[in-house]
Design a protein around this ligand. Structure first.
Ligand code: ATP
Ligand code: MG
Length: 427
């Protein structure tokens, strides 16, 4: 036998019946986005590496060590599998001048790639749902996108998801804070680990993000960006907060919540659960008013978030949310291959009427015994078996047998009326 080939480490197959959860979630997302007039955007999975170096940021974990990059063998171009979708969406918006006639509300769902150590809730190919509201400067859109995430979690029946919010102000405020931060960290140099030593010069804000327990106390007492915010920035933050409150979204301020990149401004936020261990951030986002310019576009305010779909599904499982089992409405039993033409034509009529039908599939030499077929019908979970027996068909009849409720009840129905029967199933 030939050697087996396995999937790449950290990349998952999503198979039935689990894939039903994905479809269920995706359906909810589509409905929700339409309710707030957010429109689907799809950008390529492969982009020029430079897009992420500039748009995700040279000093981020993603660009420093997590990207799948390669050279196009044909023309030597440097390419990368997207680790996130915001740079791609902004690139597309600039390339197609998308905001020429006003703001655009967009959302995406799709695979992202990061070379991380695989563990629960952390994969090398994972899926993100995200929204990007482009061309809107006001705090009400920050609140609007946060409401979208909140509403989605509610629709999915998730409990105990916390909302943390902070403000990064504007560049001048951040510079003043950055200077104070560097001075503070220099006073505590002996406590800084190697990562922090390095970041002190490149990106001191990221030190606040540290997961090193030995640095926690020192980081807790570091100067807070919040106390460097001017009136306009505070007003922006307070408006977001009061709009969330008005819509029934509880939030807390986390002054250490940061995004270590200069193109972020004002609102940053995370949706967090304590039920998934260290991988508890379900959704992270913020305002990135500076990104369009970094990517060569005109100054354009923008705000968005990204959500890890695997983590959300993991939490749904963890919290024991039950989904309806996967089963067709009816299972078609075809005792004799000779009746396949009329059976299959009838099934098509049923499917067009909206009934989900699973047809029995036989072996190369025939359809198999009635007993086998009924067993399969039972284990399929279908509510009804449709029996296309030769004798009934000779009189233009089909037998319908209830497999679940009213177990065993059986009647015959004129073939011409199956669509009418099907209509009764929809209720
Ligand atoms: P973390 O701190 O967990 O590494 P992050 O800051 O790298 O998250 P973002 O880049 O903000 O995450 O991505 C948004 C969301 O995507 C995260 O909140 C998380 O739910 C999800 N996510 C990020 N990386 C992974 C991964 N490797 N596998 C699965 N989901 C992920
Ligand atoms: Mg990460």
């Amino acid at each position: 036998m030939a050697d087996k080939i396995s999937a790449v480490k950290g990349m998952n197959d999503i198979l039935p019946p689990d894939s039903a959860r994905w479809e269920w979630l995706e359906d909810k997302v589509r409905t929700l986005m339409a309710q707030s007039a957010y429109r689907m955007v799809r950008t390529p999975i492969v982009e020029p590496t430079a897009l992420f170096v500039r748009g995700t940021g040279e000093t981020t974990d993603i660009v420093e060590k997590e990207m799948y990059s390669f050279e196009d063998r044909l023309n030597g171009e440097q390419l990368t599998l997207r680790p996130e979708n915001t740079p791609g969406v902004v690139r597309a918006a600039i390339q197609h001048n998308l905001t020429y006639d006003g703001g655009k509300r967009l959302y995406y769902m799709g695979p992202m790639f990061r070379h991380e150590r695989p563990q629960r809730g952390r994969y090398r190919q994972f899926y993100q749902l995200g929204v990007e509201a482009l061309g809107f400067a006001g705090p009400e859109v920050d609140a609007e996108i946060m409401l979208l995430a909140y509403e989605l979690f509610a629709k999915l029946g998730l409990r105990n998801v916390r909302v943390e919010i902070n403000s990064l102000g504007v560049p001048a405020e951040r510079q003043a804070h950055r200077a104070a931060l560097i001075a503070y960290f220099e006073q505590h140099r002996e406590l800084l680990d190697a990562d922090a030593q390095r970041r002190l010069l490149t990106n001191p804000l990221r030190i606040l993000d540290t997961k090193n327990p030995a640095m926690q106390a020192m980081v807790q007492d570091a100067p807070q960006l919040l106390s460097y915010l001017g009136e306009a920035s505070l007003k922006h933050l307070h408006t977001v907060q009061s709009l969330l409150t008005a819509c029934g979204v509880p939030w807390t301020v986390n002054p250490r919540l940061v995004r270590g990149l200069d193109y972020y401004s004002h609102t940053v936020f995370e949706f967090i659960t304590d039920e998934l261990g260290a991988q508890g951030t379900l959704c992270g986002g913020g305002r990135y008013d500076g990104l369009f310019e970094i990517l060569g576009g005109k100054p354009t305010p923008a705000v968005g978030w990204g959500m890890g779909i695997e983590r959300v599904l993991e939490l749904i499982k963890e919290q024991g949310t039950e989904l309806p089992p996967l089963a067709a409405d009816a299972y078609a039993i075809v005792p004799d291959a000779a009746t396949l033409p009329i059976a299959m034509a009838t099934l098509q009529t049923l499917r067009r009427a909206g009934v989900q039908v699973q047809m029995h599939a036989g072996a190369a030499d025939g359809m198999g015994s009635m007993k086998t077929q009924f067993k399969k019908a039972d284990s399929s979970g279908a509510r009804y078996a449709l029996v296309f027996g030769a004798d009934e068909l000779a009189q233009n009849l089909v037998t319908i047998k209830a497999l679940r409720d009213g177990h065993g009840a059986q009647r015959t129905q004129p073939l011409a009326d199956v669509a009418a029967w099907a209509a009764t199933l929809q209720s």
